[in-house]
Design a protein around this ligand. Sequence first.
Ligand SMILES: O=P(O)(O)OC[C@H]1O[C@H](O)[C@H](O)[C@@H](O)[C@@H]1O
Length: 262
Amino acid sequence: MGHSAALCDHRAAIEITKDWNSIEQVVLRNPQGASARVSLHGGQVVSWRNEQGKELLFTSSKAKPSKAMRGGINICFPQFGNCGSLEQHGFARNKIWTVDSNPPPLQSNESQGKSFIDLLLKPNEEDLKCWPHSFEFRLRVLLATTGDLALISRVRNVNGKPFSFSFAYHTYLSVSDISEVRIEGLETLDYLDNLCNRERFTEQGDAITFESEVDRVYLSCPNIVAVLDHERKRTFVIRKEGLPDVGKPPFAFLNIIVHKAY
Ligand SMILES: O=P(O)(O)OC[C@H]1O[C@H](O)[C@H](O)[C@@H](O)[C@@H]1O
């Protein structure tokens, strides 16, 4: 079935275009004028605009063709960071995904009234050599009438042989001067500091503010975290569901990075 066959009814607000590298991108729109753009390269959300057309995601101007672009929302799978034998953040972000025209139904009514697209990644022979596990990774990207963006991931074990994995939505939010930004919801949590050989510390202060480079993984993070940008008078509320922390690895974590030159 061709891609256009996937564009029916609830997906009427979907457009398929190609980037400068001829890789397909899916554009989701809502009636208020907000939009999200998803590349089949990596299943990466490369743009998310509010109804005023303002871009909400950061994209590096140093992005390199056919490499995982620094920016938007990288899908890290089956490994996060370098905690494993695979390339940094796993191979999924460097693969070409397909549009899934017939995804298995989701149990919740999460998608009602939203514009959405389903993407699918299956391993090829090369992937199976370095990570010998049969899986199907389904990603649904949804844009609500409020302009909210949601991502739902489903990983299916195809042959029933057990495997473990980690995954992350590596999200680059666009903010003003970092000194104007505050993060709420991580107070008193433990974190691993990537700038100190992943040493474990406990967050002491109130809301988190930034004075210099930061690269930390906060453990056991709550379901709601807020990123407040005073200069832009904008708050991002990050909400997660379905990743309960069982008190031992794998953790539900939040990785905060503030780099100088990106
Ligand atoms: O540059 P990438 O491979 O996309 O990784 C981007 C970032 O991933 C994680 O957040 C690491 O903690 C950071 O140190 C790294 O900068």
